[in-house]
Design a protein around this ligand. Structure first.
Ligand SMILES: Cc1ncc(C[n+]2csc(CCOP(=O)(O)OP(=O)(O)O)c2C)c(N)n1
Ligand SMILES: [Mg+2]
Length: 323
């Protein structure tokens, strides 16, 4: 697939932006001003970016607890993300949700949640709504290999195939569900081989290669928009940081330092930068410019978030589903 220089630069920029935001969050996390768990996306950037760069604003996404990358790639505001982590009224969930409850319906982001697998039936239902309303948009669901362990995933895939829904299931197989490796949970090597139904387009891609992700989603979108039903794409990747919190807070003993080092060398951003540089599509000063631009945006977002007001105690229960 031949992509323009503009798109290639955009893919790199978006991945760098997500990475730099994660690093900034991590570097401030132990100040304890962000009173929310965070699940960093470092290492998985090519998935969110490769998927969302294909989508239109009115295409829907559903995300999960590791959702900063999905939110930013789909066009969520960085200021509102950081304000959310700081529990501020100006956050994307008005400071009531924290890192695992990001949402921006104006950008087609219909929410993330801490319920592992919870977004899968919701995104499938959104596919049904699109079909019933005879619209042309698509519902994309991001979920991890831990969510794929759950029965609701298979029920949802079955339903989406049965009704030929415009849904794209994006499995981010980073190989771990908290401390448990995928080989301790799944009978087969490739999850996509275990799909229970035919007539579902299935594909496994290198989730650290943004172009592979982009290309596979592009094909799945054509299929969905032309009424041919859902697709399932397994993106093989790796989370470089621990399950939650910042680096120093990772549990230890469930994976080796060699394994982490191996995957660090497969960094989706460094390898894409290298590829573009080698093909003279980008030069060091352009990369430098991107870094600076992102850095300024991050500084602005943190300053915005930290000076913003918290929800008032009287209004704390507003916008929540509670008794
Ligand atoms: C229904 C449910 N079961 C268990 C948990 C606890 N839990 C939180 S994150 C997580 C691991 C999820 O792994 P995966 O879906 O692969 O996502 P990753 O963290 O690897 O991005 C688990 C089991 C939960 N939040 N919700
Ligand atoms: Mg996982």
């Amino acid at each position: 697939m031949k992509l323009s220089k503009k798109i290639l630069h955009r893919l790199l920029f978006e991945m760098m932006r997500i990475r730099q935001v994660q690093l900034a969050i991590e570097s401030r996390y132990l100040e304890n001003e962000m009173q929310t768990p965070v699940h960093l996306y470092i290492g998985q950037e090519a998935v969110a970016v490769g998927v969302c760069a294909n989508l239109k604003k009115n295409d829907y996404i559903n995300s999960n607890h590791r959702g900063h990358g999905h939110y930013l790639a789909k066009g969520g505001s960085l200021r509102a993300l950081i304000a959310e982590l700081y529990g501020r009224e100006t956050g994307c969930s008005r400071g009531r949700g924290g890192s695992m409850h990001l949402v921006e319906t104006n950008a087609g982001h219909y929410g993330s949640s801490s319920i592992v697998g919870g977004g899968i039936p919701i995104g499938t239902g959104m596919g049904l709504a699109i079909k019933m309303q005879k619209k042309n948009n698509v519902s994309v669901i991001f979920f991890g290999d831990g969510a794929e362990d759950q029965g609701v995933f298979y029920e949802s895939v079955n339903f989406a195939v049965l009704k030929k829904l415009p849904v794209i299931f994006i499995l981010e197989n980073n190989q771990y569900s908290v401390c448990s490796h995928v080989s301790a949970r799944q009978a087969g090597d490739n999850i996509f081989h275990s799909m229970p139904v035919k007539s579902l387009m299935t594909k496994i891609v290198d989730g650290n290669d943004v172009l592979q992700v982009y290309d596979s989603v592009n094909k799945a979108l054509v299929r969905a928009r032309t009424g041919n039903g859902p697709s399932f794409i397994e993106c093989r990747t790796y989370r470089i940081r621990g399950h939650a919190g910042c680096e120093s807070q990772d549990f230890s003993g469930y994976r080796t330092a060699e394994e982490i080092e191996y995957w660090k060398k497969l960094c989706p951003i460094a390898s894409f930068q290298k590829k573009l540089s080698k093909n003279k599509i980008i030069n060091p000063s352009e990369i430098n410019k991107m870094e600076k631009k992102i850095d300024n945006e991050i500084k602005d977002a943190f300053a915005f978030a930290r000076q913003a007001p918290a929800p008032s105690p009287e209004e704390l229960s507003f916008y929540l589903f509670c008794e």
